[in-house]
Design a protein around this ligand. Structure first.
Ligand code: ADP
Ligand code: MG
Length: 258
């Protein structure tokens, strides 16, 4: 089994005066290539901290992070940003598009910071990505001329522009209505079926169950792992798979199948 990413006994402490916040307190995780993981857990459990470390946006206090065969836990800032650019695609809840850029230009953004100047083939590839997410006829639109779902599609295409080792998604459907949410999840599932490795943070069971597996964080550690039944499966009687998409993600609702 080839791993896209692996973290080993990762700790992240924040030091605030005399206080130490142990945001991550010994997390180990193997992400095989082609995995689709949902990270769940209540507010403050360490999800964003974990995603920031996986995204090479920050360094751990201790522990190892191996991404595409490289140990990235010891890199300096320049090396981290190079790794980020080459190996990671980000999808955020708030899309984070550049307002004055067109759809195509937004998709091209990761290539502007690449190791070599962009060429005609790169540009063609970004057009193909726009087509792939259903925006081939919107290349010259600006973000304000698009719906939320379309903006998130641009962000998904942008995340793919550098052919990343892993795609990180932080509440990717958090700002979308339920129809659009379903479309975006279809797109993510399709990308995963094509072999893309996806790590997604969500607090919604209905979203999490569309991933291949789920990890539940609590107090900076992995408190449980599980596999929800697929989207079409019927929830077990009295089981913990809830259709309620409020922030009811406490451990007592978690189906621990580990
Ligand atoms: P989640 O995303 O699951 O809500 P976070 O990873 O954001 O959790 O936070 C985990 C813990 O670390 C919380 O107690 C939070 O207050 C703390 N924390 C997060 N970021 C910082 C920071 N920059 N400085 C100090 N404490 C932080
Ligand atoms: Mg968070």
């Amino acid at each position: 089994m080839e791993l896209a990413a692996e973290i080993i006994d990762l700790h992240k402490y924040y030091f605030l005066g005399d206080n130490v916040v142990k945001a991550l307190n010994g997390v180990s995780l193997e992400i095989p290539k082609g995995d689709f993981v949902a990270i769940m857990g209540s507010s403050g459990s360490g999800k964003s901290t974990l995603l920031n470390l996986l995204g090479a946006l920050d360094r751990p206090t201790s522990g190892k992070y191996i991404l595409g065969g490289h140990d990235v836990s010891q890199l300096d800032d320049d090396e981290l940003s190079a790794i980020r650019n080459q190996m990671i695609g980000f999808i955020f809840q708030s899309y984070n598009l550049i307002a004055q850029y067109t759809v195509l230009e937004n998709i091209e953004v990761p290539l502007y910071y690449g190791v070599r100047p962009m060429n005609a083939a790169d540009r063609m590839k970004c057009r193909d990505l726009a087509n792939e997410v259903g925006l081939g006829d919107r290349l010259d639109h600006r973000p304000f001329q698009l719906s939320g779902g379309q903006q998130q599609r641009v962000a998904i295409a942008r995340a793919l522009a550098n052919d990343p080792e892993i795609i990180l998604a932080d509440e990717p459907t958090g700002n979308l209505d339920s129809t659009t949410e379903a479309e975006i999840m279809d797109t993510l599932r399709k990308l995963n079926e094509e072999g893309r490795t996806i790590i997604m943070v969500t607090h919604e069971n209905e979203i999490a169950r569309q991933a291949k597996r789920q990890i539940f964080m609590k107090d900076g550690v992995i408190a449980g792992t599980g596999i929800f039944p697929g989207p079409s499966a019927v929830a077990p009687v009295g089981g913990g798979v809830s259709n309620d998409d409020s922030e009811s993600d406490e451990a007592d609702e978690w189906v621990d199948l580990s």
